[in-house]
Every structure is written in structure tokens, then in C-alpha cells.
Design a protein around this ligand. Sequence first.
Ligand code: CA
Ligand code: CA
Ligand code: CA
Length: 359
Amino acid sequence: MLNRICHGIIFILVLLSVSLLMSIFTFTLNIQLVEADPGVIIVPDHYPTIQSAVDHAYSGDAIYVRAGTYFERVYIDSRSNLQIEGENPVNTTVDSGWTGSAPGPFNIEDSYNITITGFTITTVGYGVGIDVHQSQYCTLTGNRVLESDVNIALQNDCHNNTISNNILVDGSEGIYLFSSWGTNPCTDNVILNNNITSRGVCVFVECCDDNRIVGNRLSSAVATAGYANVWDYGYPSGGNYWSEYPGVDLYSGPFQNETGSDGIGDTPLFISTGNIDNYPLMPPYITRPWDLTGPVDWMPDRKCDIRDVAIVSVRFGSAVGDGVYDVRADITGPTYLVKDGKIDIRDIALVALHFGETY
Ligand SMILES: [Ca+2]
Ligand SMILES: [Ca+2]
Ligand SMILES: [Ca+2]
């Protein structure tokens, strides 16, 4: 009898041990599953700083930063597939403080597919607002960069990055593409629809070629002669709006020899050999938020048509962090023209409302 009781107790203990082991195993598995699942990390709810969020993020994660001022220098080194989004560029600020020539607020190196959007970025010293080295397929869009030495730089072997729809203020260079001695040029980058004012040069392309610099509002550019870049998307899409363009607009057509103005300067703007804006835009040139694309992806073509509807539609139902979402297609939220982190009926409706318009 005693024997049977002992066996029974041992059997129950074994059962309990097995179930305990099973639950520990499941718990561990769950944690791993949760950690491996792409998700949204919120600053400061989950981590107090953007840097700590970056350090804990997995590939595919989105980091959402609530409004506030963050005094930090964020380093993104050898990372891939991260989206870092500020709540609103008006009140979500990253400030690296007085830095002398030290790094500025955002530093990206040897990385792939990093998005930075929705911030005001500032550094009082000589830092670079967003400094990108040897990185590819990054998107820097919808930011305000103030008071930096260089607002945004792509340096050495940066390829297929997009710098779009940023407001860049008062840098010695607004956007700087740089290669040391031309041996590792930055190529195939798109500089699109930025509004740049500068105390020096708005766009400086040093020993880099095969980049597209189109649709920007700027006053000046410098490019190393012989390193050819594209400064317009042909006729009638046009090139950039140059506030100091000396030409006039009396004619139209691909050769600007037909009667009547067309919003494009009649004479090309020469920057250097291999760097010519053949179709400089005349005022008033304001990109409409619902004109997202034209024949070339994300290059507005001054009309709202099926392409613009399509580029929003394919992302319909997506939200920050799920991989399909693209901040460029997020035109509005409940507040008119304020992005809400998802692409839904509001975004489609806004494009549909302007369908067929040209400007
Ligand atoms: Ca013209
Ligand atoms: Ca369009
Ligand atoms: Ca939206």
C-alpha cells in the first residue's frame, strides 16, 4: 500500500516537473517569438532614448518617437531595415547640442534600408544633421534640419538612397555628396523635392556621379566638372526651381522654341560640365502633396492621375512597422496633411479628390 502511494507521489512529481519544464520552454519560445516579430518600439514609452531603441531593435522594426526634445547623438552602425519616425517634425526634435566638429544628431554607417522621417534635427556646432557613410537604400524624408554645418551628407560609397521632401535651413551645405578623391563615389542617389536655403551652397556634389537631383527648391549648386549627374527629368516634368535663375519663360516645348510660356525656363541652367538642369522650373512651383509620382517612381509630374492613385492603393491598409507602409504615401491623417502612420481611406480619398488635376 505504502509502495503504491510512494509510486503515485513520484508519478505526480514527475508530471509536475515535466509540465514545469514545458511551461518554461513555451515561455522562452514565446519571448523569442515576440522579440523576433517585427514591431513598433515607442520612445520614450519602451526606451527613454532613440539610441537605446535602436540598440534593442531588430531588423524590420519601426521606432516611433513621441513629440519632445531629445538631446542625443544617434549612431546606426551596420544595421538594416529600421524605420525611425518622429511624431511630427514641428515638435519632435533631436538636438546634439554644442559639438564643435563632433558628430551630429544622426549618424548612419555601413547600413541598409534605414528610414529617418518626421524630425527637427539640429546641432549648434559644426556637426552634420544626418551624416550617412557607406550605406544603401536609406530614405531621409520629411525632416527639418536646422543650424547644422552640413544639413545632410552622403559620404563614400552611398548608393540608392533617397533624400526627399526635407526642409533644410542655413547649412554651409544643404546637401553634400562626397567621395574622397573620387575613388568611392556616391551614385544612384535621388535628391528630390527638398526645400533648401543655405548660407553657402544648397547642393554640393563632390566627385560623385549618376545621381538624380530634381524637383528641389534651391538657390545654388556646385558639382565637380566631369562627374555627370541628372538635374532634370526631361520635358515637361522639368528640373529644379532655382530662386536665382537668371532666365525668362517666353517659350515652350522640348526645345523651348514654341510660342507661349510653359513654366519652364527657356534656357538651361549650367552648373558644370556634365551637370546641367535642362528644364529649370519657373515660379510658382509648389509640389502638390497628392502628386506623389509620375513615370519615374516618387518623381512628381505636375499632374494627379492613375499613377498617384496606384502608388497609394498598393499600400492601402498598411501602418508603420509592417513593411508595406511607406511614409511618402502617407499624405494625411485626421488632421489635414498631417501624417498619421497609416495609409487608409483618407489618403486614397485625398488623391481621388484631386484626380485629373494638373498644375
Ligand atoms: Ca519656357
Ligand atoms: Ca503625378
Ligand atoms: Ca494616412
